[in-house]
Design a protein around this ligand. Sequence first.
Ligand code: DGL
Length: 264
Amino acid sequence: MSFSLNDKRPIGIFDSGLGGLTVLKCLLENLPNEEYIYLGDLANLPYGNKSTKSIIDYSIKCIEFLQSKNVKCIIVACNTASSVALKSIKELSSVPVFDVINPCVDNIVRTDNKKVAIIGTEKTIESDVYSALIKKHKKNIKIYTQACPLFVPIVEEGLGGSKIAKLAIEYYLSNIRAHNIDQLVLGCTHYPVIIKELQKYFNDKIDILHSGPFISEQLLKYFKQKSKREKAPIYYVTDLPDRFQTLGNRFFNQKINSVTLVNI
Ligand code: DGL
């Protein structure tokens, strides 16, 4: 896959909600001269407890919408869609598609860590995609997995630093903490919003990975920094634009000035 340096078309990104902003944030830091179109499918949030068929259908609508905006590539900034819908998305997309799982796995298999925990939505954990990919390259690694379905609504409600967040972390992760893991992988793009709370819970002793930095690294190989970016990202949602704007502004260093409601 390669791109022309002069291709000025925007990069399309989608997630079920705010989570993909954690990916966009890293992209804006590392590839500041690209243009971006973000789609949050709030009408169908959460994806994590839906059927595979529904997740594929939602994802296809998202890529069709982004393609209608003439994007040059699409980032599936949702681990759930990356876990169960990637093949269908790639088959249908007329532009290159990047997922958030493979670049992170590439990093995991390069380290010496022996005990890794993967957390994500019910669907991502049930798909077992991380373990399957990791084990292909690294056999002698112990992998623990845990679905944390309450983390997404906690983030979407803006309750990241709250008591409820701390209780949910304890509820889901006490078993994992007892295993003395070396690395925790945030297999859901919403989870970096609570990364500080997670670091604290593990006494700042373990490596916590999320997809944003790795997907940025991967894209940097394809796009070179050229002219200065003139436009702020453009945001679309399939429901609740005001809510997306308020919460997005709260944890995103780039101010979200306007969000457009679309029917896809
Ligand atoms: N942020 C998404 C993910 O990475 C989806 C969360 C959800 O909608 O359940 O899995």
